[in-house]
Design a protein around this ligand. Structure first.
Ligand code: C6P
Length: 422
């Protein structure tokens, strides 16, 4: 295969209109049927589908360009190394980071948060120091801090949300003080769609001298994220939600912080010199990438970034907003339906319950109609506790969803209603 997958990106229409049908044709899986019905994929917050440009890029790596990176002097190793580092550059530009040294490839966002907790946390936090998270965090941004709290004798403070799922900035600010050393907060809630006022959060945290980690796992697919404009200290995301491969994630860290942090994992590729007596470590970013990395996945993530950037996150966000508004309006008409997460400015997620059916039953029944949604606690059990539910059904919207997808969901839900109340 010798075509350049970047040439296959669907360009936006010349008049600026968003051609969702052309975008859909870039995603081969959307043409398949499920249970005999056309697939309606509304589980994008869990993981997004992949465009042909990403699939072909990964295939091309394995067919033509694959070898281990940073090790060989042979042609393929050098080629793979160039491509891998080009992917890092694409991530750098995507996040507007100052240097490629600030971009660490990890397996996923979860590993990136664990890296910061284990490396930054153990080196720089002291007993009695405080970490602030919020009530709407994903478990990936709760459990690592709990573990660190228990290990080091830290205090974990929880910033509250309103009943509508809004982040309460004033209440958050009142939790900050001289002992606050780290704020680890979601940029956008996976379970509710709330977009947090992260610039204000960073300003308030920096005012008391705390560092800020943003969990941008959901945000990067729906809004432009600029780490320099946000002035955050760390930021994490996963490639698979950004239409890229699974098995690749990103940690952005301010260079001076990463440079002062000890390695997280040790072994090959992260060293400068090893003797049996001692080891000196490589510089950034290699120091945090022990072992053979996810080579094809990183290159695939680069292709995903090209794809999304070509269409434009603003254009994607505007399209998704239309679908979200339509979904909200149509679902609101269903008797017994209750929304969770109605914060102004929320994005791309509709979480709801039906009075008469369990979320798992709802998801199973609509699946028979070809509609993929997620049901459960969405890896946010403390949030479910806060909202007083065990689970919700969640439809999450991606760049290729249409109003017809929402109609199919509503049709599936009418079957639920019929079954449980008919
Ligand atoms: N949320 C969802 O269905 P990983 O698993 O490491 O790629 O991503 C973890 C993660 C961290 N933060 C947020 C805000 C997330 O949404 C997720 C993943 C998926 O909502 C799978 S649980």
């Amino acid at each position: 295969m010798n075509m350049d997958p970047r040439n296959m990106v669907t360009p936006p229409l010349a008049n600026g209109a968003y051609d969702v049908e052309r975008i859909r044709r870039d995603f081969p899986i959307l043409a398949r049927r499920v249970h005999g019905k056309p697939l309606v994929y509304l589980d994008n917050a869990a993981s997004a589908q992949k465009p042909r440009a990403v699939i072909d890029r990964v295939t091309q790596v394995y067919e033509q360009e694959y070898a281990n990176v940073h090790r060989g002097v042979h042609y393929l190793s050098e080629r793979a190394t160039i491509l891998y580092e080009e992917a890092r550059e694409k991530v750098r530009a995507f996040l507007n980071a100052a240097s490629h040294k600030e971009i660490i490839f990890t397996r996923n966002a979860t590993e990136a948060i664990n890296l910061v907790a284990a490396s930054y946390g153990r080196r720089f936090l002291q007993p009695g120091d405080e970490i602030v998270i919020s009530e709407l965090e994903h478990h990936a941004n709760i459990v690592p801090w709990q573990m660190l709290r228990d290990e080091l004798g830290l205090i974990l403070r929880i910033a509250p949300i309103s009943d509508h799922g809004e982040f309460l900035l004033e209440a958050f600010t009142s939790l900050l003080g001289p002992r606050t050393k780290l704020v680890a907060i979601s940029h956008m809630s996976n379970a509710l769609g709330t977009v947090l006022p992260v610039r204000d959060i960073v300003l308030a945290a920096h005012h008391v001298g705390a560092k800020v980690l943003l969990d941008a796992c959901q945000a990067v697919t729906h809004l432009p994220v600029d780490v320099r404009a946000l002035d955050c200290d760390f930021l994490v995301f996963s490639g698979h939600k950004l239409y890229g491969p699974s098995g690749i994630g990103v940690l952005y860290g301010r260079e001076q912080l990463l440079a002062a942090m000890p390695p997280y994992m040790t072994g090959g590729e992260m060293i400068k010199r090893v003797t049996f007596e001692t080891t000196t470590f490589a510089g950034l970013p290699n120091r945090f990438e022990a072992g053979t990395p996810a080579i094809a996945q990183a290159i695939g993530l680069g292709a995903a970034i090209d794809y999304v950037s070509e269409i434009g996150l603003e254009a994607i966000a505007a399209h998704e907003r239309d679908i979200l508004n339509y979904a909200t309006q149509r679902l609101a008409a269903i008797p017994g339906l209750r929304f969770f997460g109605t914060a102004p400015g929320k994005a791309s997620v509709v979480s709801f319950t039906l009075d008469y059916a369990h979320p798992h039953d709802i998801a199973t029944i609509v699946d028979r109609a070809g509609v993929a949604v997620r049901a459960g606690h969405h890896c946010a059990q403390p949030l479910m506790d806060r909202l007083g539910v065990h689970a919700t059904t969640r439809a999450s919207i991606g760049m290729y969803n249409t109003r017809a997808d929402i109609d199919a969901l509503v049709e599936g839900l009418s079957q639920v209603t019929e079954l449980f109340t008919g």
